[in-house]
Design a protein around this ligand. Structure first.
Ligand SMILES: [Zn+2]
Length: 279
């Protein structure tokens, strides 16, 4: 089916706001593949692969490490590389241009903080499964998220042979217990309730208005972001749904007439859409 870029661009340009949903597909487009044992993973974590049998980033993120020193060696290296040294990519630049000066909100399960690094406003982002730049207590003894960047810089610089020095390992200031990167893994994950409230306020503000839901790289069975976004489009009379995915375009029956499905690589699709938007 031929994609009508102009028609989609028109909907975006006449929208009151854009709600962006994003997941793995966008990260992969940017070169961060959580599930792949690829060259990038070999370059960054070849030693961890051979020492611990870690098969991919996701595997390392959920691994049971023999020590805090090794756990933080893995994490500080990953965060240093994928967050702190990250440079905005073309696909993000295109997305920013498409949104233009419209109000927007971003809901994502991607935790690597790339939206923020690309200049999207932190208060307009809800990282539903946490972020790599925050940490919490493994067993939360108090419900506060702490920034991890400074600790990561020190640990990554001091790491040797897959271990960080013990004195740099983050500890809970109240009970001395271990800390964990703020990702939704297991019990005790602290929900970002402030971001949830900002998201609700956004939905409230644009209730009944012309909202474009732009969904990027979310698997067709995703229940965390995709299913709720499709339900939102179904109940909002003036909402439009634009879903982009490679080989997995799925739109529920009830919103077919107000939806656009685009099958293709995000980098190509967003470049074409940006062009159609004339930006
Ligand atoms: Zn504690």
């Amino acid at each position: 089916m031929q994609t009508d870029w102009n028609q989609i661009a028109e909907r975006i340009q006449s929208a009151d706001a854009v709600l962006i949903g994003a997941s793995n597909g966008l990260s992969i487009t940017e070169g961060l593949h959580l599930f792949a044992d690829n060259a990038a993973f070999e370059n960054l974590f070849g030693d961890f692969k051979r020492r611990y049998g870690i098969r991919c980033l996701l595997h390392g993120m959920g691994a049971r490490w023999p020590s805090e020193e090794e756990k933080w060696a893995f994490w500080s290296r990953a965060i240093q590389h994928y967050c702190l040294e990250y440079q905005p990519t073309q696909v993000m630049e295109d997305l920013k241009a498409i949104v233009g000066d419209k109000d927007y909100f971003i809901v994502t399960s991607n935790g690597e903080c790339h939206f923020e690094a690309c200049g999207f406003a932190p208060e307009k982002i809800y990282e539903i499964e946490g972020t790599w730049l925050n940490m919490q207590y493994v067993r939360p003894c108090h419900e506060i998220l702490y920034p991890v960047s400074d600790a990561v810089r020190k640990m990554a610089a001091a790491e040797q042979n897959g271990r960080v020095p013990s004195e740099l390992v983050p500890r809970c200031p109240r009970c001395g217990g271990p800390m964990a990167v703020h990702i939704a893994a297991g019990n005790g994950f602290l929900e970002d309730t402030a971001a949830q409230e900002r998201y609700s306020a956004f939905l409230e503000r644009y209730h009944g208005k012309h909202l474009v839901v732009l969904e990027l790289g979310i698997g067709w069975r995703n229940q965390l972001i995709k299913a709720p976004l499709m339900r939102l489009v179904a109940r909002e009379p003036h909402a439009v749904y634009v879903t982009v995915n490679l080989g997995e375009v799925y739109i529920t029956e009830d919103i077919q007439d107000k939806s656009f499905g685009i099958d293709g690589p995000l980098s190509d699709v967003l470049a074409s859409l940006r062009k159609a938007c004339g930006r």
